[in-house]
Ligand binder design. Structure first.
Ligand code: ADP
Ligand code: ASP
Ligand code: MG
Length: 418
């Protein structure tokens, strides 16, 4: 059985290593990171670091902004939030010097990240990594601030929550790195959140397709945009622990030796809310009209369910990120009058629970098992959606942990050996 990861990096390699907030949360953690980099350098590896803001600093900066003002221009928010990463890179670089490693810190702009002008969630347009290459050639370890760049308008931009993973993958691509290592506070990608289910198992190797479905279903690690980018540019990802340094999870192209699990993982997402529009006239174009309006306002609609119509009217429910709920409700209210619908209601206390696995394509009965298991544990399903390799159910918020546990048990994921 080929259960062990067959991906390896050459004895001497160019590695992009990204450290998340908990991995650089305090001086001790920062010194541990520096010691780790020093060990890699002694082994002969070339290393480029990408660093997130320390601990919960990004949340703290966001909270401060909300406390100071109701008016928070995107440009100023980005100037504020990117300060977190800027502080962290300087400290990491100092710790490297103390560990005997020559290094230099760079903001996203100095590292050559050119982005669009979409503040608070900017997209990378180009990476001109000349300066990073020069530092490497000079034998230094470049320490790059994650999740930031400079826009085509020459303003500082933030790439969004979790954007440091994307910074790391983009650098790995332009530098032709052997791997992009994402260091975090768990030892890899697990069959479910190891903080919720203690029998969760580490997945040694997973394909980009399954990883993408897991992140789309709400798995926070690695950030979705970074997985998309890595998939597109074939950058092997290694998700691993900055606490134990053990081998973690390789996310790579599918290969014929890879074992196909019927179910690979169970994922819960508690970040969405539900909107229901009742008494919607059942005519062609009504749904198109509503969802076009939501799309134009950049509201990210996820699951959509339309009931069978009765007496010429129907109900439409959909989920959106909770942060976009107010906007979605406003648009639905505006449309309600226009299309002659009855009511717009919302539910915030929902959770989306998903099972993901490439093997479900060729194994009938997975959906039935999911529904039966939830029913046997008195969990009511409010909405269902599926892809070829995922089944998602919306349930009550406070039943999420229980649902994850029973689904993890029924598919015996605690016996995973992939
Ligand atoms: P970082 O800040 O290091 O980039 P995050 O905090 O965003 O990382 O994500 C790591 C967290 O993701 C872990 O602490 C873990 O609780 C959570 N998590 C949820 N589901 C999973 C999963 N299936 N595998 C691994 N971690 C998961
Ligand atoms: N510090 C930012 C965040 O918390 C970016 C990142 O960590 O990727 O989202
Ligand atoms: Mg994080």
């Amino acid at each position: 059985m080929s259960s062990l990861p067959s991906v390896s990096v050459s004895p001497v390699a160019l590695l992009v290593q990204k450290f998340g907030g908990t991995s650089v949360a305090d001086p001790t953690r920062i010194r541990d990171v520096a010691d780790h980099v020093a060990r890699c350098r002694r082994r002969g590896d070339e290393v480029v670091l990408v660093i997130s803001a320390m601990g919960k600093e990004t949340d703290e900066l966001l909270r401060l902004a909300h406390e100071v003002s109701e008016i928070r221009p995107g440009r100023e928010m980005d100037m504020l939030i990117t300060a977190g990463e800027r502080k962290a890179v300087a400290l990491v670089s100092m710790a490297l010097h103390a560990a005997g490693v020559d290094s230099e810190s760079y903001t996203g702009s100095q590292a050559g990240f050119l982005t669009d002008t979409n503040h608070t969630n900017a997209k990378i347009l180009e990476v001109n990594a000349d300066r990073i290459r020069e530092a490497l050639d000079a034998g230094r370890v470049p320490v790059v601030a994650g999740s930031q760049g400079m826009s085509t308008d020459r303003d500082v931009t933030f790439l969004g929550r979790g954007g440091s993973d994307t910074t790391a993958v983009a650098l790995a691509k332009v530098l032709g790195a052997d791997a992009c290592e994402l260091y975090t506070d768990v030892s890899g990608v697990f069959t479910t959140d190891p903080r919720v289910v203690d029998t969760a198992r580490k997945i040694h190797r997973i394909s980009f397709d399954e990883m993408l479905e897991m992140t789309a279903a709400g798995c926070p690690k690695p950030a979705m945009r970074s997985v998309e980018f890595a998939h597109r540019h074939r950058v092997p990802l290694h998700v691993r622990s900055a606490f134990t340094w053990e081998v973690g999870t390789w996310v790579t192209e599918e290969d014929p030796d890879m074992e196909e699990a019927v179910i690979r993982a169970v994922v819960a997402d508690l970040s969405e809310a539900k909107v229901t529009v009742t008494g919607v006239p059942d005519r062609p174009g009504i749904a198109a009209n509503l969802f076009r309006r939501l799309a134009d306002a950049d509201v990210n609609v996820d699951m959509i369910v339309q009931n069978a119509s009765e007496g010429g009217v129907t109900d439409i429910s959909f989920t959106v990120p909770r942060l976009e709920l107010d906007q979605a409700l406003q648009i639905c209210e505006d449309k309600r009058a226009e299309i002659g619908a009855e009511h717009v209601t919302s539910g915030q206390r929902i959770a989306k629970v998903s099972v993901v696995g490439a093997g479900m394509k060729s194994n009938p009965g997975v959906a039935a098992t999911v529904f039966e298991t939830l029913a046997n544990h008195e969990v009511n399903i409010e909405m269902i959606s599926t892809s070829a390799i995922r089944i998602s159910c919306v349930i009550a918020h406070d039943q999420a942990d229980r649902a994850v546990q029973v689904l993890h048990d029924v598919f015996e994921l605690e016996k995973t050996e992939f």
